[in-house]
Design a protein around this ligand. Structure first.
Ligand code: HEM
Length: 503
């Protein structure tokens, strides 16, 4: 009897402790949250108020347009969104400082890795320090090699000639409407899959549904971007913990990507890697951890697909509104083809097309595929324009706003004018910190040359043979859909016409 009483007393004591402990934990969490809440939501400056109440939507189509407006009005080209603990800059001196001069103080940081960690794992986009350096060195060496460049060029040319041109011919013949953004996404996905894994998803066959891989990829990219827009990380973390809502969808999409990536890696290993030039095979020669290989490849796919399709869509949208630029491009293309042997323009010829190059740079100035990019400050610092940033602050350079700053580009900054890049007919680059479309400094885009080759090949071959007409009124200031890369809401629907005088 005494034993039972003792047991009951002990159970009661244990239970009381558990309840007390839980109450204490809740109380501490509440105190912490209330501090966070006050700090996050109680800034009453006009910018934070407009952000929290979303009142900016009454005057601006996109968040990026509102930020551009604010950055243009700021005397230093820098603003602070206190409720987000985010310092946003369009000042080239600050950009150079964070991307080069004091690079070590501005890593991607833990908050960014947490947001994209499930999707990108330890891939190059999502890591800092030694892991980043290792992948960077490997990727930069591979992508700079003449063998890889020739391999990538061959894939792009064959995708253009065997799939893209026939598709446009048949759309023109059948007077069928095409969404150019969708076509470019399919095109870029085929190219990057072949270049990254030596695998052909065949997405550019429009009769085929988008591959499961592409669809899962889109969902994972969009849902990961939504995490970044959540009012507080605790919201998506709780949903992930209970596997509900968008977090469940994200988990499902990532599971699909993992399964397909595993299958691709297995197949590559079976086929042997020594004789293949695709990136996966090159990485497999130095890495034998399949999870790590998956992460590396997923980062490359993200890098190489949506950026290209976004840039090409922006370019063709601008051409619809600027027929005189299209005429100048045609003039250069026709002259190059007329003087080429057999009427075929080689890569060298395409490289020599300075006006095409300038028009592409100019279109990405106005519509950069990566509109902004954030780093996390690891030690208190002062930016060159005098802005103080404390440890843990998110510091963002805003490429979209920078392309529209009068101080940087002059009073005609909103005009699409490729001539601004030319001196005596030759393309003249500007500082990457004034034009950080491919980022700049130590983590400058490793695929820049490949991307330019791919996009110019598409532009030159398409514009030589086809014309496009908008099927609905398009706006020079489009609306963007949420995502990691700029996507044009509603796509770019066009009617395709074959140019008469081209055989
Ligand atoms: C128009 C096309 C492209 C644009 C505008 C672009 C832009 C960028 C930007 C802004 C970054 C910095 C991102 C960040 O650190 O958060 C970046 C990084 C990178 N890009 Fe590109 N990119 C393009 C195409 C490509 C292609 C085709 C590839 C290769 C398949 C590629 C591979 C990479 C890689 C691997 C990095 C990470 C570099 C590092 O962290 O060291 N990009 N790119």
């Amino acid at each position: 009897m005494e034993k039972e009483t003792l047991q009951a007393q002990l159970s009661f004591l244990f239970f009381s402790f558990a309840v007390l402990f839980s109450l204490l934990a809740c109380l501490l969490a509440l105190i912490h949250m209330s501090k966070w809440w006050r700090w996050q939501w109680c800034c009453s400056c006009s910018i934070c108020e407009a952000y929290v109440t979303a009142s900016w939507v009454s005057e601006h189509r996109n968040l990026s347009d509102w930020y551009t407006h604010l950055l243009r009005s700021s005397p230093t080209g820098t603003i602070h969104i206190h409720v987000l603990r985010n310092t946003i800059t369009a000042n080239p001196a600050n950009v150079e400082y964070m991307l080069k001069t004091n690079f070590n103080n501005y890593p991607k940081g833990k908050p960014f890795s947490a947001i994209l960690g499930d999707f990108l794992g330890q891939g190059i986009f999502n890591v800092d320090g030694d892991q980043w350096m290792f992948q960077r060195k490997l990727a930069a060496a591979e992508m700079a090699s003449p063998v890889f460049r020739a391999f990538a060029m061959k894939i792009v040319s064959s995708e253009v000639i065997q799939r893209l041109l026939p598709l446009l011919h048949s759309a023109a013949a059948e007077k069928q409407q095409l969404d150019l953004q969708d076509v470019f996404r399919r095109f870029a996905f085929d190219c990057i899959c072949k270049i990254s894994f030596g695998m052909d998803p065949g997405c550019l066959e429009l009769s085929m549904p988008m591959s499961e891989f592409a669809t899962a990829f889109d969902r994972a990219s969009m849902l990961s971007a939504r995490r970044a827009a959540a009012p507080a990380p605790v919201v998506w973390r709780l949903k992930r913990l209970f596997n509900v809502g968008e977090e469940k969808e994200l988990r499902d999409a990532i599971r699909m990507i993992d399964l397909l990536a595993e299958a691709v890696i297995r197949q590559r290993r079976k086929l042997g890697v020594s004789s293949s030039n695709d990136l996966l095979s090159r990485f497999m020669a130095s890495i034998d951890n399949d999870r790590y290989l998956r992460d590396i490849i997923v980062s490359f796919m993200l890098a190489g697909r949506d950026t290209i399709s976004s840039a090409l869509t922006g370019f063709f949208l601008l051409l619809l509104h600027n027929p005189h630029v299209k005429s100048s491009i045609r003039h250069e293309i026709d002259a190059a083809f007329a003087s080429a042997k057999n009427g075929n323009a080689s890569l060298d010829r395409i490289r020599e097309m300075h006006y095409v190059h300038a028009a592409l740079y100019e279109s990405m100035r106005l519509f950069p595929p990566v509109q902004f990019d954030s780093k996390f400050c690891i030690g208190d610092d002062t930016l060159p324009d005098g802005a103080n940033v404390t440890k843990g602050t998110r510091v963002t350079y805003h490429a979209y706003a920078m392309g529209r700053m009068e101080d940087v580009w002059g009073p005609d900054c909103n005009e699409f004018r490729p001539e601004r890049w030319l001196n005596n007919g030759r393309f003249v680059p500007v500082s990457p910190f004034k034009y950080p479309v491919f980022q700049g400094g130590i983590r400058v885009c490793v695929g820049k040359e490949m991307a330019l080759m791919e996009m110019k090949t598409v532009i030159v071959t398409i514009l030589r043979s086809f014309d496009f007409g908008a099927v609905r009124e398009t706006s020079g200031s489009p609306k963007f859909a949420p995502g990691l890369t700029a996507t044009f809401a509603g796509g770019l629907p066009v009617l395709v016409h074959k140019r008469d005088h081209v055989k």
